[in-house]
Design a protein. Sequence first.
Length: 398
Amino acid sequence: MVEMFFCATNGETIPIEALLFLGGFVALFALFAVAWVRKRARRFEDERDDEQVPPSPRAKRPRPTPPPEPDGVPARDPVAEEVEEPERARFELGEPRSIREGLERTQRDGFVSRLGKIFKGKQLDEDLLEEVEEVLFTSDIGVKTSQRLLEDMRQELQRKELSDPKAVWNFLRTDSQRTLEAAAEKHPIREHESGSPRVVMVIGVNGTGKTTSIGKLAARYTAQGQRVLLAAGDTFRAAAVEQLEVWGRRVRADVHRGASEADPASVVFDAVTRAKKDKYDLVLVDTAGRLHTSVNLMAELEKIHRVIGKALPGAPHEVLLVLDATMGQNAIQQAQMFRDSVAVTGIVLAKLDGTAKGGVVIGISDQLQIPIRWVGVGERIQDTRPFVPREFVDALFG
């Protein structure tokens, strides 16, 4: 039996289910009413805050305009960019640091400084040669280059031609410059067909400064008035694409990106095709930070290299390997592994100013016959500068 309720007004009985339904409806209506009242109260407070009243002395001050960034590039206003004229202004660079400034630590603490202390006021003989051997083998020139230098020095010693410390320095200067120039002559910069873009593929391990070097190279070319397209081939790391886009905005270069985790080779193919169609002058291809000990990942670099050639016959016109100068002899090992997988035509040696291991430049050129194209001698955008063998040798042995 359903429990009944007696209504005192007319003596009729009402089912309790109906009473429960009525009570629930009243409660629901009350909740909606409370919510509506609170919403109106918040809207009233917002309208009151929006009134134009003089700020109190303790009011929050407006945020100041951000200062220029440390590397000399002024901070860009995203609102202003939305109304920027389609024709971009030429990017301007300041004067870079000199190579001598970039080699300060190497001159002060590197192998040249240690050799200078050994030769100071002495003549080269067999006993002194053992000390020279120790310095060279513990430096960042590399074992093979050190052995070759010692053999040449022993031959000269037998002819009594290197007994004078000044002659020793002249020998080191001449040999180093000859080594650097020989590597550059073996891999001359390839010309590209007029009217088509020049394609440069950039490779390297994560952390060496690869993407940063790409941005700085783009800045140099846009400063010359060239149209530059950055191809975001590192699709497996979202931060890499975003970092490249930031550089593109800073140096006024366009960026071609694909979908997240898209096939890197297809993204690069589309970028080169776009560059041909839209008449770009230069394409800088970013690639994933390859672990040089991973066979599969190195094979992917080979695939990207082939695909670039399909998109534009004869490309890539240059393959730049970015190395961290602070790694010393480990950088030579990295270069060896990359060279065995991809035809590396040049080296970008980053962070040269932050190390005393500048001698690695000679080791790379001597052992691998790969020329140094660019060196990073500071943190500013303009501080990645072309490498000139004579200039480097003068600064190193000066």
